[in-house]
Write a protein that binds this ligand. Sequence first.
Ligand SMILES: Nc1ncnc2c1ncn2[C@@H]1O[C@H](COP(=O)(O)OP(=O)(O)OP(=O)(O)O)[C@@H](O)[C@H]1O
Length: 386
Amino acid sequence: MSDAPSGRLVLEGVAKRFGAIQALDEVALAIEPGEVLAVTGPSGAGKTTLCRLIAGLERPDRGRLTLGGADLAQVPARRRRVAYLFESYALFPHLSVFENAASPLRAPGQLPPLGAGELSERVQQALDLLGIGHLAGRLPAELSGGQKQRVALARALVQEGATATLLDEPISHLDAKLRHRLRGEIKRRLAARPAPAIWSTPDGLEALSVGDRVAVLIDGRIEQLATPQEIWERPASVRVARLIGDPPMSLVEGRVAQGEGPPALVTGEGARLPLQPSLAAGLLQLAGREAVTLGLKPRAIRFLPLGEAGAGSLPQVEIYTVEPFGKHAIVSARIGAALLRAKTAGNCGLAVGQRVGLQLESDGLMVFDGRSGRAIELPSRTAGVA
Ligand SMILES: Nc1ncnc2c1ncn2[C@@H]1O[C@H](COP(=O)(O)OP(=O)(O)OP(=O)(O)O)[C@@H](O)[C@H]1O
């Protein structure tokens, strides 16, 4: 196995089709040794297909995959020495938890060969880290879904000499507390390996928290590939914005109207979202950009109880939902078909059905092209909302 290539993983123009479905198209990316690339996207986006191509379980229709400069088309799956956590776990039903986790270390050609003591210690450490050390003697059929997922994860983690690590939704079936603890622990271990890693997840926030960089995959194409900070601050499109945020950005589609009365974004249902005149002018300056989608981060939206200073002059909306989380609440109101979601500090004191003034701030506002959905840089970023 010493002939397995290793180093930087590069994909160039990779495409894969299953019948009528283009599972991946024009995928280009590079992952450095020690780097974790989080790949996020909705169900069916192509995350698993991407992992399967790298592992050698599928062949690309077009494009090239290289590892440390070596063309992977020439390297069969069994010689790639990739640690792969399958979304379906793929545990051996007749082997115990311990033996499942240990199985790649017992495979012929393991380099360097491990002594029995070292093997046992490494496997037990991984099981303990994942909180399943006490289940080492059980069979997979005697485990819950979350426990099975952790066995599959242990099996990937013990492969310290892997040339690449592919974790396909590694913590999706664990409870929230365990997910939070393990995100950091797994990331630490991946960063310590001299190999590139992919962490696939449909959860955009999980992707931001574990990835050195994040690739947003939608309908088989990379919609954005950037650092977590860039994706959080400047999602490249409406489709990225929908996946990211806590809660995600509110998106209001409409046309800029500058007739009678103050300029406004008028939604398909005829609801009016008043715009600061400079923002309306900026939008209209861009030829053909009358149809836009406004993106409002939670911090850009405030609901003021009527009677509070300044609330009387604001457009009124009705509170639609209130979700208290203790340290903050997520509160929403409707504008036409769109839901505006704000994050308020502490107990917001607002109730469902209450009428409030809607105040929008220019900080946290983005504009997207109404047709392509791509982010638009306005002539003046100082423009805001009324
Ligand atoms: N072997 C196959 N035969 C036919 N279609 C397939 C096959 N494998 C994947 N697909 C299709 O390719 C697309 C991408 O699937 P893939 O499993 O890669 O998505 P995913 O992002 O991993 O989804 P999920 O989050 O639901 O696991 C989907 O439309 C899927 O139905």
